[in-house]
Write a protein that binds this ligand. Structure first.
Ligand code: GLC
Length: 576
């Protein structure tokens, strides 16, 4: 018997967003329940999703026009990367006005229409909030520069005199995440060299000083602005960075980049950040409908990540430990166990993510030997896609909330051979081309047609801000729709099943069953039924007793007379 449910049942239109369920408990686990606890949240990177006006840059009307696609895909919510007024020094993560839409993306009216349409389709909208730094074009920073030393506005950022005889050396030894020093020297209004300012990222992204009360006041007001617009939540950019250690102490002789995410830094994961999130949680809770916030917090351990999602703080935090795990059964089992264990005491759902706009797409990571999240090699495409499909089914069978990044449902690889002259990632330039390959996962999506931009923009032959590879004609939504072997139909089937069967996604635990090396077998139970998920991360097929009836498989799967062969690099969902 060969089963592939890819063409069996397309998801029905989702009901409008249900009313708040806060305070209710799951009948099986007794855990608190809310829409976000097992939500599948799809990241839209607006500049690369859909371009309505043909200027080569995606925009909000483009996103709006494709909402039915996202509804049909079966996701619960859409997270939009920044679309605010911005000079785009870091693709919009440099915000000049937090309450305005950049004309490149549309208008506030477009944002309003997008939120309304999404809600009418039963989709929730999460927007990005960038509180660690602003753009250097932000009014506060511009005034701070213009008014010179002594300007009260300077206290809202980290301005410091330099070291050395003439202040010619930076105030401390911190490095920018994008390469080079984390400080840039200003020029005084009279033309003399002035103080330095801190920027953990690009020089165009000065860090706010969260010790200044005006900064907190401003962000509480920005939260309310977007909550009043009707958004369902926020993704908090660099949530671990807002508070710096008092006195901005030197790091010492450590290799800073190696330490990132592995140790507590004087500028990351300082305990003081949590008080900020407590005040935000109180604001979110004032609004009806369970508005949420998810932390982008790169912390040394999942235990420290759990601090961000204590009951009076944020709702979720990205699980970057999971994203960084290789395609290896033992390593996956360990990270799944530690993630679930870390979240249980704080009653927060675990989250799972394989790709986003900052890392090499998982189809390309898994096509290469393990080696971090910035990969420039094409690797073995077929192997990468096969593992990526298996990894996705594993992720979607885990308890908690899952994040998808636009285009992974098409099995898109990273574009590893972008010419240097089209690249825009600021870290590529600051790292002298040794790092910063994030443009490779940001190439505009192929929707339809034979000719670039493949339906991304309205006109065949029209522009796209990054060039799409010719082979993407064969990966478009149009080509994959209705093809039961396509990755798009695999995602659609998986998300349909996840909605139909609460045992997938719900709860806080998995039950591991005996499995040979390179294989994971776990069981999920709920009142609505039980599931077994089998994953073979190895290069050899494995014969085993079939645990039940095949529901969905990442690759051709057969169960005959109670026996099955788990193909190499594959995942199967079983009803038991
Ligand atoms: C976050 C964003 C990334 C951005 C950085 C600085 O890590 O995800 O894209 O470059 O913050 O804002």
């Amino acid at each position: 018997m060969t089963q592939n449910l890819a063409d069996a049942s397309r998801p029905a239109a989702a009901a409008p967003a249900p009313a708040a369920a806060l305070g209710t408990a799951d009948a099986n686990s007794g855990e608190p329940r809310g829409w976000w606890r097992d939500a599948v949240i799809y990241q839209v990177y607006p500049r690369s999703f859909a371009d309505s006006n043909g200027d080569g840059m995606g925009d909000l009307p483009g996103v709006r026009s494709r909402l039915p696609y996202l509804r049909d895909l079966g996701v619960d919510a859409v997270w939009l990367s920044p679309f605010y007024a911005s000079p785009q020094a870091d693709a919009g993560y440099d915000v000049a006005d937090y309450r305005a839409v950049d004309p490149m993306f549309g208008t506030l009216l477009d944002a309003d229409a997008l939120i309304r349409d999404a809600h009418a389709l039963g989709l929730r909208i999460i927007v990005d909030l960038v509180p660690n730094h602003s753009s250097d074009q932000h009014e506060w920073f511009q005034r701070a520069l213009r008014e010179g030393p002594g300007s009260a506005l300077r206290d809202r950022y980290h301005f410091r005199p330099g070291q050395g005889t003439d202040g010619e050396l930076p105030p401390n030894d911190w490095e920018s995440i994008f390469g080079g020093p984390a400080w840039t020297r200003t020029t005084n209004p009279d033309g003399t060299p002035g103080d330095w300012y801190l920027h953990l990222f690009a020089p165009e992204q000065p860090d706010f000083d969260w010790d200044h009360p005006a900064v907190g006041d401003e962000f509480r007001s920005i939260l309310r602005f977007w909550l009043d617009m009707g958004v369902d939540g926020f993704r908090v950019d660099v949530a671990h960075g807002l508070v710096k250690a008092p006195g901005l102490p030197d790091l010492g002789s450590h290799d800073q980049l190696k330490l990132l995410g592995n140790d507590v830094m004087p500028f990351f994961d300082q305990d003081g950040v949590h008080e900020i999130y407590r005040t935000w949680r109180r604001i979110l809770d004032e609004y009806p409908g369970e508005r949420i916030a998810v932390a982008e917090a790169w912390t040394p351990t999942v235990e420290r990540t759990a601090n961000y999602v204590r009951p009076d703080e944020l709702h979720q935090a990205f699980n970057f430990q999971y994203l960084g795990t290789s395609w290896d059964a033992a390593e996956l089992r360990t990270v799944i166990d530690t993630s679930l264990a870390a979240m249980r005491p704080v009653h927060a759902p675990a989250t799972w993510v394989l790709s986003n706009h900052d890392v090499t797409r998982h189809a390309t990571r898994f096509a290469n030997p393990p080696g971090g999240t910035q990969i420039r090699e094409r690797g073995d495409r077929e192997l990468g896609l096969r593992r990526a499909r298996a990894a996705t089914l594993l992720m979607l069978a885990l308890p908690g909330s899952a994040y998808l990044y636009q285009g992974e449902e098409l099995g898109l690889p990273d574009v590893t051979d972008l010419p240097d002259e089209v690249r825009q990632d600021p870290s590529f330039f600051r790292a002298s081309g040794q790092d910063g390959f994030r443009d490779g996962c940001r190439v505009p999506l192929p929707w339809s047609g034979e000719q670039a931009p493949y339906g991304f923009g309205p006109t065949a032959g029209g522009p796209s801000w990054l060039p799409q590879p010719a082979e993407w004609a064969g990966l478009s939504v149009e080509v994959q729709t209705g093809d039961p072997t396509s990755t798009l139909e695999l995602y659609r089937s998986a998300l349909t099943l996840r909605r139909e069967h609460p045992a997938l996604g719900a709860g806080t635990a998995v039950t591991w069953l005996d499995a040979p090396a390179d294989v994971l077998v776990f069981r999920r139970d709920s009142a609505a039924g039980s599931f077994v998920c089998t994953v073979n991360t190895g290069a050899e097929p494995v014969r085993m007793t079939a645990p039940g009836r095949i529901l969905l498989a990442s690759t051709e799967a057969v169960a005959v007379e109670g026996e099955t062969v788990l193909a190499a690099n594959s995942t199967i969902w079983w009803a038991v």
